[in-house]
Design a protein around this ligand. Structure first.
Ligand code: SAH
Ligand code: SF4
Ligand code: F3S
Length: 440
């Protein structure tokens, strides 16, 4: 038998890309590829890309440029671009960077084996269709390969919300939910491989409405089905839209023990004028009321958010409204970005905010969010929390895991194994993590 071919995948962007990369690697495993951690000895390089902000997209071209030398040394090396830049700029990539052999959009990954064969025969291949079939069903799984304790599982893809700044509806297409039975089978398979915590993924995960045995199911109903899977200890989901936060999902946060007390609920801005221009179809007030209802169901829930500053026509007063909203909600963690113009989106045509002003606002917002994040993390000291251990620490005997609230927790002299879920008393809070000790 010939030596296996080597595949190097580099992943940018969101968790969905992380999941897709795993699935692509497994699928190409069927073509005789094993993964390698460096491009230097690869027979195929795949960049799984992100188009969400300009910087993310530009990285791809500079990264591709770096492979010139490798390709010159090894003419059989195949270079592919997958993900959202592939979808948005497929033909331009081929034009701008002749060393690319293969371009594949997120909805066509199940066609990779054929594409790889064609590329192997010297053809240039591009597939950015939105085919009807369920790609996940067709993507191969490597039988019974052992896994770490946490995994992502995509349950919903695409978005119909068309926020005025965002490329996702164009790169990932219309909102589609996977049927519940396939998700459950995949979850059971993951648990058999050692997974203890599953994060359900979707660009609009709480809009999930996949087919179930008695009609469409909500995300909460799907979570309750997963709750029955023996050996699965924790369930998370991301990312949610405030408008799809259904009553049964809020309730599940109070009643489903496996559902972790953590919710990523992006708001983007605190000014109703800006929210309207973003096409978010919620107000600052309706968002705050929603958070109150969620906290009534699960008082200790950690709220996480996304923010954009410097959206076209944002004034200082609008920005102040964002700061006010943040003060009111109190975030446990948050991601904040300076608005980035995306070609083809409605906001790209509008009057842009002075970039210096936007930088200044971003700094002020981040200072506030960092302070809140720190306060919430520090408030864990003295509490007893569940920690799922994921890896060994830097020091002998030390183990590192994640708390229910997703904080990293270090435990010294720890007899827990990777994959164990144990009770831990938090004793101190550091720069980016907590320290604790095992209880019994
Ligand atoms: N589906 C998710 C996440 C989409 S992308 C949601 O609806 O929340 C992740 C985050 O990137 C967004 O929440 C937003 O804060 C940010 N983002 C999206 N487009 C952007 C742009 N053009 N400029 C800056 N940030 C952007
Ligand atoms: Fe983008 Fe808005 Fe859809 Fe989120 S809800 S993916 S921000 S269009
Ligand atoms: Fe980026 Fe596409 Fe995800 S644009 S954030 S990789 S959906």
């Amino acid at each position: 038998m010939s030596a296996p071919k080597k595949l190097y995948i580099k992943t940018y962007g969101c968790q969905m890309n992380v999941y897709d990369s795993e699935r692509m690697a497994e699928t190409l495993g069927g073509q005789g590829y094993v993964e390698t951690k460096t491009p230097d000895d690869a027979d195929m390089i795949l960049l799984n890309t992100c188009h969400i902000r300009e910087k993310a997209a530009e990285k791809v071209y500079s990264e591709l440029g770096r492979f010139k030398g490798l390709k010159a040394e090894k003419p059989d090396l195949k270079i592919g671009v997958a993900g959202c830049v592939a979808q948005a700029e497929g033909e331009e990539i081929m034009r701008r960077q002749p060393l690319v052999d293969l371009v594949v959009g997120p909805q066509s990954y199940h066609r990779l084996p054929e594409m790889e064969a064609k590329a192997g025969a010297g053809e240039k291949v591009l597939d950015t269709d939105f085919p009807e079939e369920d790609k996940f069903e067709k993507l191969k799984r490597r039988p019974k390969a052992k896994r770490g304790p946490t995994a992502f599982l995509t349950v919903q893809e695409g978005c119909d919300k068309f926020c005025a700044f965002c490329v996702v509806p164009y790169t990932r297409g219309a909102e589609v939910s996977r049927p519940a039975d396939r998700i459950l089978r995949e979850a059971e398979d993951l648990v058999e491989r050692g997974v203890r915590e599953i994060t359900l993924l979707g660009q609009n995960v709480n809009a999930y409405h996949g087919a179930g045995p008695n009609g469409d199911m909500t995300l909460a109903q799907l979570i309750w089905e997963l709750d029955k899977v023996d050996g699965l200890e924790r369930i998370r989901f991301t990312t949610s839209h405030p408008n799809d936060m259904m009553d049964d999902l809020i309730e599940a946060h109070g009643t489903c023990a496996k559902l972790m007390p953590y919710l990523h609920l992006p708001v983007q801005a605190g000014s109703d004028k800006i929210l309207k221009r973003m096409n978010r179809s919620h107000t600052a007030e309706s968002y705050i009321r929603l958070i109150e209802r969620i906290r009534a169901a699960r008082p200790d829930i950690l709220i996480s958010g996304d923010f954009i500053v410097g959206f076209p026509e944002e004034t200082e007063e609008d920005f102040q409204a964002t700061l006010d909203l943040v003060e009111e909600v109190k975030y446990g963690t948050a991601y904040s970005f300076k608005y980035s113009t995306r070609p083809g989106t409605p906001a790209a045509e509008r009057a842009q905010v002075d970039p210096k002003e936007a930088d200044d606002r971003l700094q002020r917002l981040q200072a506030l969010l960092t302070r809140q994040q720190r306060e919430v993390q520090d408030s864990m000291v003295g509490r007893e929390l569940g920690v799922l251990f994921e890896k060994k620490g830097r020091f002998p005997g030390q183990m590192v895991g994640k708390s229910d609230y997703l904080h990293a927790v270090h435990v010294a002299d720890c007899d827990a194994e990777i994959g164990d879920l144990r009770r831990v008393r938090i004793v101190s809070s550091g720069a980016n993590s907590l320290a604790g000790e095992l209880i019994a």
